[in-house]
Ligand binder design. Structure first.
Ligand code: GRF
Length: 214
């Protein structure tokens, strides 16, 4: 197998998506490995997950920085020091500067709990319920400066049930996220997909979509 891609994971909290990536990277033929986990919030549960997995983890508390640019400069340095080649945002609740987004263009992924471009921003599950959609899901996309925008790498689709609450729908989507993120990272790390301009090339859309993953 060619060298595994070195991945930095950015978190702010619970880290259940981080855990799914940790578990995937344990597979011997998985084409990526996690080289650092960075949280912008001290005490994030995800930091404990990293520690339990024996991964290098650190906190860069955004409150310690006078500006977004100063925070992003340190973040960039920490990722480069770790030798990261790809960044996975996994519940990372920070907007990034244009400079950072450009520096990692087409090498930074984010996961969002809706079928983008629908329901960007906060509370996408509630937005989906309010809109009355029949299906929702999760999206992994390449990061651009605007929130929850950028070329769509992969999506997972789940049904919306008539009696769903925000909690039940969120749980169904989260379970799908845990299948989707390792799948999407594998597509990129193995070179099966790549970005040209604003388009994703390589594997076609059916191969980039999981339907009702259990
Ligand atoms: C996930 O729903 C993710 O899509 C969103 O934030 C949540 C993070 O959950 N961006 P976790 O920290 O990975 O458990």
């Amino acid at each position: 197998m060619t060298a595994r891609k070195r991945v930095g994971v950015l978190i702010s909290g619970r880290g259940s998506n981080l855990q799914s990536l940790i578990d995937a990277c344990r597979e011997p033929d998985y084409p990526a490995e996690i080289v650092t986990v960075i949280s912008n919030r001290p005490g994030a549960l995800g930091l404990e997950r990293a520690q339990s997995a024996g991964l290098p983890a650190l906190t860069l508390n955004h409150k310690d920085y006078a500006s977004r640019a100063a925070f992003d400069a340190d973040l960039d340095r920490a990722l480069r020091d770790a030798g990261a080649e790809i960044i996975c945002n996994a519940g990372f609740m920070r907007l990034l500067t244009e400079g950072f987004a450009e520096a990692w263009r087409d090498r930074q992924l984010n996961i969002h709990p809706s079928l983008l471009p629908a329901f960007r921003g906060l509370h996408p599950q509630e937005q989906a319920l309010n809109a009355g959609v029949c299906v929702s899901g999760a999206t992994v996309h390449f990061v651009r400066t605007d929130m929850d925008s950028g070329p769509i790498l992969a999506q997972a689709v789940v049904p919306v049930m008539p009696d769903d609450t925000v909690e039940t729908l969120s749980a169904r989507i989260l379970a799908a996220e845990h299948k989707l993120y390792p799948y999407a990272l594998k597509l990129v790390a193995s070179g099966e997909v790549w970005v040209e301009g604003e388009s994703v090339r390589g594997a076609g859309s059916p191969a980039r979509c999981l339907f009702f993953p259990q």
